[in-house]
Design a protein around this ligand. Structure first.
Ligand code: UD1
Length: 417
């Protein structure tokens, strides 16, 4: 288990290039299961989660290669229609094999993903949708088994706009003849990226990015070649870090329209931005103003930037509140930030942050991916040397984060254990 040793306070300068989106790449990699043809995906970030997705596809019988941001896979038959526990426990998004497998092979068996540090994370919305499409769902020994005599198109009303369920159902419906409609669908940019891929494969997906998505499926889909969109959460993390460290930096590859709410909140905190065709110039606040946030499904404030915002607000000149509405247990970073001197009160799904404090270095532990990113921001702002443990969480979702920050002037190094 590697750690990061971060000496602060540091400031950042120069530029950073944003990597491809992990959350977009994962479903698109799994959509290769919908076809026997070759699929080629570029701008894929080199992350532990991408390797896990590749391992699952290889286990199922695909021949995959991943080199220099290019992921490609071809089919070696026969395909195994299951994902074992040891693979699924490494990455919850493995449940995304369900839609493609069920639609193409009429059966799938995969380990129930279970909970994780940020919450219980059930998959009932996915399973309810598949039963509506004609799958028989059973559970055995920690596994979900689904079988069908042939999926049929359906009108599905989600009780919550789940990102994973929207993607799973879109992929399945792409290979079912007729029109499937998802109401209350997730609207994240990653959904639109997947829709583009399914359209390239021969399906007809309309309404991605809106609340109602209509998928007209085909009985056979072809291979595709696709470039993944940039990672809005990585971009948001660098934007927040730049403002927290009062560092004017340039961010390449970020799409401002994918982060409208973050820009609004950062402006309220005193930051300004200059937009160019290929980059965004961050002009950080001189004095950070406190700004409350409340997380929600896109286009509301992303839960995946909540921890980083909390680290930022410990430095603000006043008090604010953070309300977490997506995951029930996503405040584990608060206790670690308090070990660095932050003043935070937690009550239910709400945190009150009392700023400003002078953060001081401490040994801390990343409890999940985004909590880890928040601790890096705090450690760069804090006086002294902080050791951040369990960086394998951070490696799941940030490509070469320590190299990117080091090249911008941060004093951060990986300690191998
Ligand atoms: C995706 C993202 C993750 C992000 C999250 C919310 C990927 C690989 N991961 O996760 O980074 O934090 O969206 O923006 O894209 N829920 C149910 N039943 C279900 C499915 C979800 O109750 O069947 C609940 C979850 O427990 C959670 C909420 O809905 O409280 C959001 O989950 P969902 O949108 O499905 O997130 P993921 O797709 O797992």
């Amino acid at each position: 288990m590697d750690s990061f040793l971060v000496s602060g306070p540091s400031s950042l300068k120069g530029r950073v290039k944003i990597s491809g989106s992990k959350n977009s790449a994962l479903p698109i990699i799994f959509s290769a299961l919908l076809t026997g043809d070759k699929c080629e995906i570029s701008n894929v970030p080199d992350l532990a989660d991408i390797k896990s997705a590749g391992d699952i596809l290889s286990y199922c019988g695909k021949k995959c290669s991943f080199f220099s941001g290019k992921f490609s896979c071809e089919e070696k038959s026969p395909i195994k229609t299951e994902a074992p526990y040891d693979m699924v426990r490494k990455m919850r998004a493995s449940a995304l094999i369900a839609g493609p497998m069920l639609a193409r092979f009429s059966k799938v068996k995969f380990a129930l993903p279970g909970g994780c540090a940020i919450g219980v994370r059930p998959i009932d919305i996915h399973l309810d949708a598949f039963s509506k499409m004609g799958a028989k769902v059973t559970f055995e020994g920690g596994y979900v088994i689904m079988e069908t005599k042939g999926l049929k198109p359906a009108k599905i009303n989600f009780k919550f706009p789940s990102v994973g369920a929207t993607e799973n159902v879109m992929m399945a419906a792409a290979l079912v003849k007729g029109e499937t409609v998802i109401y209350n669908a997730a609207r994240e940019p990653e959904i639109s990226d997947l829709a583009q891929v399914l359209n390239k494969m021969g399906a007809q997906v309309e309404g991605a990015g809106e609340e109602v998505i209509r998928i007209s499926g085909k009985t056979q889909l072809n291979g595709f070649s696709h470039e993944i969109i940039h990672d809005r959460i990585e971009a948001g993390t660098f934007l927040i870090a730049a403002c927290a460290l009062k560092s004017p930096i340039e961010i390449y590859g970020a799409k401002k329209e994918h982060l409208s709410i973050l820009f609004r909140k950062l402006k309220l905190s005193g930051a300004q931005f200059e937009e160019f065709e290929d980059k965004i110039l961050v002009k950080p606040p001189q004095k950070i103003k406190p700004v409350s946030i409340s997380t929600g499904p896109y286009p509301l404030f992303p839960t995946d930037l909540q921890a980083q915002w909390m680290a930022y607000m410990t430095l603000a000149e006043g008090n604010c509140k953070i309300k977490e509405n997506i995951f029930e247990n996503r405040f584990m970073h608060a206790a670690e930030l308090m070990r660095m001197g932050a003043k935070i009160e937690l009550k239910g799904g709400e945190a009150k942050i009392f700023g400003p404090v002078n953060l001081s270095a401490a040994p801390v532990m990343a409890s999940d991916l985004r909590a880890g990113a928040a601790l890096i921001i705090a450690a760069m702002a804090a006086q002294g040397k902080s050791l951040i443990k369990r960086v394998y969480h951070i490696d799941r979702g940030y490509e070469k984060i320590e190299e990117k920050l080091f090249s911008m002037g941060a004093d951060i190094k990986r300690i191998k254990e």
